[in-house]
Write a protein that binds this ligand. Sequence first.
Ligand code: EPU
Length: 423
Amino acid sequence: MDAFVVTGGKHLKGRVRASGAKNAALPIMAAALLADGPVRLKNVPNLADIRTMMRLLRELGMKVERQERSGDMILENVDLSRVAAPYSIMRTMRAGICVLGPLVARRGRAEVSLPGGCAIGDRPVDLHMKGMKALGAKLEVKHGYIHASCKRLRGTEMYLGGPFGSTVTGTANVLMAAVLAKGTTVIDCAACEPEVQDLSRMLVKMGALIHGIGSPRLVVEGVDRLSGAEHSVIPDRIEAGTFLVAAAATRGDVTVEGARWNDLFALVHMLREAGAHVEHYDDTIRVRAPDRLRSLDVTTLPFPGFPTDLQAQMMAMLTAADGISVVTEKIYPDRFMHVAELNRMGAGVRKEGNAAVVHGQRRLSGAPVMASDLRASAALVIAGLMAEGKTTISRIYHLDRGYDRLELKLNRLGAYVRRIKEK
Ligand code: EPU
């Protein structure tokens, strides 16, 4: 297994570009199941999760290739009789559930394994199923698989809110089903995340009729068929945000290209409140940090609130800020696996229910730590950059699921991160 050895104490400086957004690319790839004709995707990041989705779509009878020169991905339906998404693939990547809606809508049937467990807490799919049932699909869970069928889905009105607000992949799934349903569908309490907006724009290019893109009420007029299309995936706001936080945490000066102001507004607001200077032009954001940052209260919320996928990275930064910060998690109440590891490095973080109290002004010291999930891994890398001495982060495969050559990009900014093989 690969590990990172991070030598701390460097101030990050320079320019870096965010890759395409993983969480936009994954449902958009699944949307190709709906197309009569080839789909060409640009700016798809080169990540483990993307390769897993390619494997899943091939299993579902699609031809999926990456062009060597351009990096473009071409997807085309070949065998429409394949409808089974097996556990062997689904257990490693939850976004695989996004094939449910398109399979039922286009092929009339789906057998999709319930996704595997997850280190960030419970991740049910009841809202996905509620939406599919509302559209008229017959659904049954048997032996760990969702069996779904329907000759032609029917438009309806539905409320897709859950105990923690809207659902990102749930909205994506139901939206992809509704575009081929007969009649009009209204999805209320739809997720507004930029990734759902990007999927909606892709579906519109394929011929779908969707109103209210970016709002919590999506109105979909179903059509009989969708064509192939070409689409460039938006840049990854979480990767961009990770660089911005790393810049502030190391008292650096970093300009991130592919950082869309409107997608990152909550983070920018928080960084400014902490005392960092943040400027932007076009899709570029520059962060310059003073020697001392102020403490903050950060609460994760659905978009446009502060993203849960940047909570761990922000917490790492706050371990050195002046004063006491409170980080409250309103999306995944158990997403605090990084707390114990940060404390191993000398942080003063105490978990209190769905919040963490961060006593700042700590000088972190390098230590061996364990990555538990994708964003916790990114937080440990930031902590390693802030720390005195060397930090060895094991199980870096979590990080490779969502960051394209993170160590290379950080090293170009003056960091010293080495990838090693661990037994
Ligand atoms: N929820 C339900 N029922 C459902 C679906 C969700 O109760 O049927 C709950 C979840 O348990 C959670 C909340 O609703 O408490 C929000 O979950 P959501 O469905 O929005 O999460 P997701 O779609 O499974 C996506 C991202 C996650 C990101 C969340 C929240 C993808 C592939 N994944 O997950 O990304 O944290 O939205 O923004 O888009 C990551 O990239 O590291 C990651 C975990």
